[in-house]
Design a protein around this ligand. Structure first.
Ligand SMILES: Cc1ncc(COP(=O)(O)O)c(C=O)c1O
Length: 431
């Protein structure tokens, strides 16, 4: 469509906003595929497995529910979330302090909108935190982490930024397992960071959307265990339950932050009102801890681990350093070792140029480190490891149990991962 030059004036915070790069790369890759091109789609992180049949069935059974539900969400769903998190993570959520929203992304936005103070974000971190903070008229305060520490924030780095920001209230957003690096913080690491948050007037937004995509299959206790009085947890169905399109997330906190919950309840009542009723009823099944749910979560995590480890190993073997992921479905390889050749032969000097080159030359879609707040000159990229037929791969993993050879499994059932990596390897050799 040809857009006409317009004379309307827009809120400058909104007119400066670009479409989220993850959603954009997905559209670019899909439209190339629609034209018949072979694309290696390492750009978009969507869990590809089918949603558990019991959740789908519950959605069908509740399709007739047309009433608006309470602003905070359906009470039995909030209770189910509390019970689930108590039994799996040991968290003592109270149903009055749980809010259900249309994906955790919207709840993160609302929480960031409500909270005062600078927002500390370890770099690399998820693409949307920055723009959400921008919409609140602020910039994030990024803290560049080190590849040698698997891109995890250290207590020293956090202390240092606190000195610079002064004694007032601050917000830290920390996501583990991590998008984009695949890193998982150990309980000890979280407990040390929590101590610093306590001492420095930091409210933590603990983004736990990948908490059940932990390759160790453990359920690690996060900030809410070590620092409940200052922690807001966000999560939902999108990643572990592969139900991103259901748009069901939640936010939970402790009595100390009840004022925030009241503010958010008012804010929600004036914005999205409530999540779709059939989806909320179906979500109760997802938080009904049982053997089917556990088996599903473990099987999906096993596939993510197999694919993530395969890709990291291949990157390292071709001279592209890449921390081995421990959770989620992403990796953050760095092409820094090829910086000189890339500059000389291809004129590439930034992670964005590198991604453009890979897309145009190799049909490999991935996202530049700069979208994740890394210096653009660092030549690191975010790779998603989910470009395969989730339905088939899920079935094959169920059949395989513990008896499979990981490399053979990936190369047989996830050929795009192998072929995309072969294309990158061939290109690097040709430089
Ligand atoms: C780190 C992180 N946080 C939050 C979200 C938001 O997920 P949703 O809004 O689907 O709950 C995503 C989705 O990509 C994510 O990767």
């Amino acid at each position: 469509m040809n857009k006409k030059a317009s004379s309307i004036s827009l809120n400058p915070d909104v007119s400066g906003l670009k479409e989220s790069s993850t959603l954009k790369i997905n559209q670019t890759a899909l439209s190339k595929r629609a034209k018949g091109e072979k694309v290696f789609h390492f750009g978009f992180g969507q869990s590809p497995f089918p949603v558990l049949p019991q959740i789908v069935e519950e959605l069908k059974q509740n399709a007739h529910r047309k009433e608006y539900l309470p602003t905070k969400g359906l009470l039995p769903l909030r209770q189910a979330i509390c019970d689930y998190y108590k039994s799996k993570f040991g968290y003592d959520f109270h149903e009055d302090l749980v809010i259900v929203g249309p994906g955790s992304k919207e709840l993160l936005f609302q929480a960031l909108f409500a909270l005062e103070g600078p927002v500390i974000v370890p770099a690399p971190s998820w693409v949307s935190y920055g723009p959400q903070v921008n919409l609140r008229g602020k910039d994030i305060t990024p803290v560049i982490t080190k590849e040698t520490n698997n891109y995890k924030l250290t207590p020293e780095e956090l202390k240092e930024v606190c000195v610079n920001l002064g004694p007032g209230q601050k917000v830290l957003i920390l996501n583990t397992p991590n998008n984009p690096s695949g890193a998982v913080y150990a309980e000890k690491e979280i407990s040390e960071l929590a101590k610093i948050c306590k001492q420095n007037n930091i409210i933590v937004i603990s983004d736990e959307i990948y908490a059940e995509v932990d390759f160790s299959l453990e359920r690690k206790r996060g900030f809410f265990h070590f620092y409940p009085e200052g922690t807001i947890v966000t999560s939902g169905l999108s990643k572990a339950q592969s139900a991103g399109g259901y748009r069901l997330g939640f936010l939970a906190t402790s009595p100390n932050l009840a004022e925030l919950v009241d503010a958010l309840t008012s804010l929600i009542s004036e914005t999205f009102s409530a999540v779709s009723a059939p989806v909320q009823y179906s979500a109760i099944k997802a938080y009904n801890k049982n053997a089917d749910v556990d088996k599903y979560l473990d099987t999906c995590s096993k596939v993510h681990k197999t694919c993530g480890e395969y890709m990291a190993k291949r990157f390292n073997e071709m001279g592209v350093s890449c921390p081995i992921p421990e959770g989620a479905f992403y990796l953050m390889p760095s092409f820094q070792a090829f910086a000189q050749k890339l500059k000389q032969n291809e004129g590439v000097e930034s992670s964005q140029q590198l991604c453009d080159l890979f897309l145009n030359k190799l049909n490999v879609a991935m996202l530049p480190g700069s979208d994740f707040y890394m210096g653009d000159e660092l030549l690191c990229v975010r790779v998603a490891s989910v470009d395969y037929d989730g339905e088939q791969v899920y079935k094959e993993m169920l059949k395989a149990g513990d008896d499979f050879e990981p490399v053979e499994f990936v190369e047989r059932y996830c050929p795009n991962l192998k072929d995309g990596l072969d294309a990158i390897e061939g290109f690097l050799k040709s430089l």
